[in-house]
Design a protein around this ligand. Sequence first.
Ligand code: FE2
Ligand code: FE2
Length: 268
Amino acid sequence: MSNILTETQRVQSQAYKDLLAYVVTNTISGEIMAVNNYTTMVPLIDDVDEKIHVVKQARDEGGHVNALSKLAAHVDFPTMKGMVEPQWKEIGRFVKERAREGDLTACIIAQDIMVETFATVAYTALQRNTDKHTRSLAASIYLEEVAHLQHGVDQIHRMLDNDAEDVHRAFEMAHKAVMPAMMSMVNYNCFSLCDQLKIKCSTVSLGVIEQDLDQLRIDAIDTYMEKIDRIGLDPNRVAPLFSSLVDDDPSKWQPKNKDDISGISCCH
Ligand SMILES: [Fe+2]
Ligand SMILES: [Fe+2]
């Protein structure tokens, strides 16, 4: 008898459900952070049409949280509605701090460019080798994330025309604060996620949906660099920042604030 599982057997296996629990709960955390980030940004926006647009983006992200939670109930895997991993808390804190300083530019770069880049890559990955319910939801969320990313690119492009120095300053600051944390999220070495979901770290493995994490990180860097090029940032100023993305080992990322780790440390 062949050892190759049929699609039905594979998606009903415990390993598949554990992996989806891990990925989808992490994605829900990112979506909750996005709701927080957009609502933090809204009071800083003077233009009423733009303000309304960002409120709509916050509502989109809230819809993603609820749709992903429903998916979990339907496909039957555990999930949580909360921000579990410390990276999300650190990125959220960066956006809050910059908002407190009135630095809307850094907030837009962090959320609309950096976080949304990873969102598009994550929802592309969730359309590969998954079940039909997950594929179809990931495809519809993907389209909204692409629109958020494009909106951010257009906004920063306009801001660059007005004050290039301010955009480069904000970009450098956001890159250093957000990108190492985002890169480390593309990893199966969680801090406490498996523990909180009551799944075994060892069952969360690449083989189940044949995702190549190195390739996912490369896809994220490619998308990021393409958007930076599209915005029109000065290559001489941004190029030195990119080397750390390629050279750093993402599993080495550690939270600055130990209180950000909830639950029992598991896979690290
Ligand atoms: Fe989203
Ligand atoms: Fe989004």
